[in-house]
Design a protein around this ligand. Structure first.
Ligand code: ATP
Length: 641
């Protein structure tokens, strides 16, 4: 192909260079996947052409027999993948094959460790794509022409996968793209017809476009006496199943086929955790195939990361990332929806207004939630994986989707005082199964991290009474809890909020609490005066057993954790002071009560307040003053001793 080409040499973008290098070294043990990636791209290119032809069928140049051809040449040690899809012009070749446009790429590359095994996992998450050709090829040639452009617009791109590539003009009769791989000496197996066929069967059976290879003559078929009549034109045969997988009946599709199809639609390297394939008939007609990935993509938290489903209308590919069919909190779900009701010329704008889309969205949301519920029930290990990867995203659900709040709540998993471990593996149903007699609330504590939550002084009385408390420490938790009011008729109660009124307290306990309050009246008044700048109120409490004091926010005030997040984000936060609750039975509080020296009383009262703030993960306004006060008290103590 290279004769007479005016060539120009250009360098790969730095990120592309790094990725290429990494790809070659970390995916070697799984090298056959290059074929899946290239066929997947070829099929995408044909989908794009089909879609573009809906608006202007001149670009088909009278040829609408879509196909992908794979040719091997054992002698030359090459394998060539040719599609008659949309093709690329010069600029697109440079952009698509020479740079990586995904946002977050630099951060992704920085997260790599140099450990091949770990990196190969990560790179799978990133999506391997076209560059996987260089795992097996020492040189790659791409000859392409954009559909609808003249033959002379053909482009030849060539690279050895190091730091540069060359690009030149080379006329091309057929529209579309041909990718020729000059195989490395230890990869010549991919120039073998049978080897390639089996890889195509394995990974690309479900591609709706036919993948063709030259028919091989069976041994003995060749009749010598016929030699005069030859040569016949080579015949091509279809190697893959070539029907869109989702159009087939569920019972005819094997798990392996579902998995391979997932890798095609999601560009994921790994297997999905589960899937749900459904055909809906009646008022609306559509087929959906939804998957739960096994791992979060590297850019899950990027605003512009890919999300949504692949949309088809009557089998014709319309768009990637159709976001309208699922809510944001299910943005990790991948798959396909094929509608019979939407018009073929549907655009993103039309999708936003089309009446069927709303009904499809609520049905697909329900379907996705049911699929997760089923996974939780049938495979605890896989569900734990799901939760680890996507739990935080699902926690956005109750705020976004009021109608499905209860369903989502049932899917949530928490760390609680029951296991006292950081792993979030307890469901609300588990919690309800362990309610104490008379308990009619679901208690929780929110803190900055797990240990602060677990050691929160607010929990002391709950532990004493054997009442379980949810331990929340993810950033999204305050947000979540502000939208979850109740579950199965039980209200959620923040243990650090409002006055503690434990419904199971006995008459005796109540009387004791009242007595406590009366006895502490004088101390409480003195402390209120001393701490009037810091706290809204001081009161004696029975909720503490080991700690001298804790802070409590008003029933309707913003939680401490939420306040910290808002402050960190530079958001205005309404001014509100917490209430200090003290434990009159604690020796430090008794000491305070006995303190006659007003200055020392003020110091000690402040230290008690500041320590309560520290214990819940808060920040002191004036840490130096705290240290000074504490030191003063320590010195006093040693002087007294
Ligand atoms: N056969 C082809 N025909 C037309 N365009 C192609 C072809 N192969 C690749 N491209 C273009 O090159 C781009 C980059 O391909 P590449 O496989 O690296 O990434 P991708 O398919 O976009 O995503 P991923 O990295 O997740 O696989 C594609 O998005 C497409 O625009």
């Amino acid at each position: 192909m290279t004769a007479d080409v005016k060539k120009e040499t250009l360098g790969f973008q730095t990120e592309a260079k790094q990725l290429l290098h990494l790809m070659i070294h970390s995916l070697y043990s799984n090298r056959e996947i290059f074929l899946r990636e290239l066929i997947s791209n070829a099929s995408d290119a044909i989908d794009k052409l089909r879609f573009a032809a809906l608006a202007d069928d001149k670009i088909l140049e009278g040829q609408s027999d879509y196909q992908i051809r794979v040719e091997v040449d054992k002698e030359a040690a090459t394998v060539t993948i040719t599609d008659n899809g949309i093709g690329m012009n010069r600029e697109e070749v440079i952009d698509n094959l020479g740079t990586i446009a995904k946002s977050g790429t630099a951060a992704f590359l920085a997260s790599l460790t140099g450990d091949q095994k770990k990196d190969s996992q990560l790179i799978g998450q990133f999506g391997v794509g076209f560059y996987s050709a260089f795992i097996v090829a020492e040189r790659v040639e791409v000859h392409t022409r954009k559909a609808g452009e003249p033959k002379e617009a053909g482009v030849l791109w060539e690279s050895q996968g190091e730091s540069e590539f060359s690009i030149g003009e080379l006329p091309r009769d057929e529209r579309g793209t041909s990718i020729r791989l000059f195989l490395k000496s230890d990869c010549t197996e991919f120039a073998d017809d049978w080897r390639v066929r089996s890889v195509i069967k394995k990974y690309s059976d479900h591609i709706s476009v036919p993948v063709l290879m030259l028919k091989q003559e069976a041994p003995g078929e060749h009749d010598e006496s016929d030699d005069e009549a030859k040569p016949e034109a080579p015949t091509w045969e279809t190697v893959n199943e070539a029907t869109a997988l989702w159009t087939r009946s569920r019972s005819d599709i094997s798990d392996d086929e579902y998995k391979a199809f997932y890798q095609h639609v999601s560009h994921d390297f790994d297997e999905p955790l589960t899937w749900s394939h459904n055909r809906v008939e009646g008022k609306l007609e559509y087929t959906s195939l939804l998957y739960v990935p096994g791992r979060a993509p590297f850019d899950l938290w990027n605003r512009d990361a890919s999300k949504g489903l692949k949309l088809y209308v009557q089998r014709t590919f319309i768009m990637d990332e159709a976001e309208q069919f699922l809510p944001l909190y299910l943005r990790f779900i991948r798959g396909v929806v094929d509608s019979n009701d939407l018009p073929l010329n549907v655009s993103r704008e039309i999708l936003q207004q089309h009446p069927s889309v709303d009904s499809m969205r609520s049905a697909l949301t329900k379907r996705a939630l049911d699929m997760l519920a089923k996974l939780a029930k049938s495979d605890a290990d896989k569900y734990a994986t799901f939760w680890r990867e996507f739990g935080q995203v699902l926690k956005e659900g109750p705020a976004e989707d009021f109608a499905n709040k209860e369903k989502i709540a049932r899917l949530l998993r928490f760390a609680t005082t029951h296991m006292d471990s950081e792993t979030q593996d307890q469901s609300l149903d588990d919690y309800l199964g362990r309610l104490q007699e008379g308990q009619d609330k679901i208690y929780y504590v929110v803190a900055e991290n797990f240990n602060t939550a677990r050691r929160s002084p607010h929990l002391e009385v709950f532990r004493k009474r054997g009442i379980e408390v949810l331990l929340l420490s993810d950033r999204v938790d305050d947000w979540l809890m502000s939208h979850l009011q109740e579950f199965e008729g039980k209200k959620f109660q923040d243990v650090a909020r409002g006055e503690l009124d434990m419904e199971d307290a006995s008459e005796e306990e109540k009387a004791e609490r009242e007595k406590l309050q009366e006895e502490s009246q004088a101390l409480v008044e003195r402390m209120k005066q001393s701490l009037s700048d810091e706290v809204a109120d001081v009161r004696a409490t029975a909720r503490l057993t080991d700690s001298p004091a804790c802070l409590v926010v008003g029933e309707f005030d913003m939680g401490a954790q939420m306040r910290r997040i808002m402050e960190a984000a530079g958001q205005p936060v309404p001014e509100s002071k917490p209430t200090l609750e003290i434990n009159p039975g604690h020796p430090l509080i008794s000491l305070l009560d006995r303190e006659q020296d007003e200055e020392r009383f003020a110091d000690l009262a402040h230290v008690v307040f500041e320590q309560a703030l520290l214990a819940e993960g808060g920040q002191l306004k004036d840490p130096a003053a705290y240290v000074e006060r504490l030191n003063k008290l320590l010195l006093k103590m040693s002087a007294a001793g």
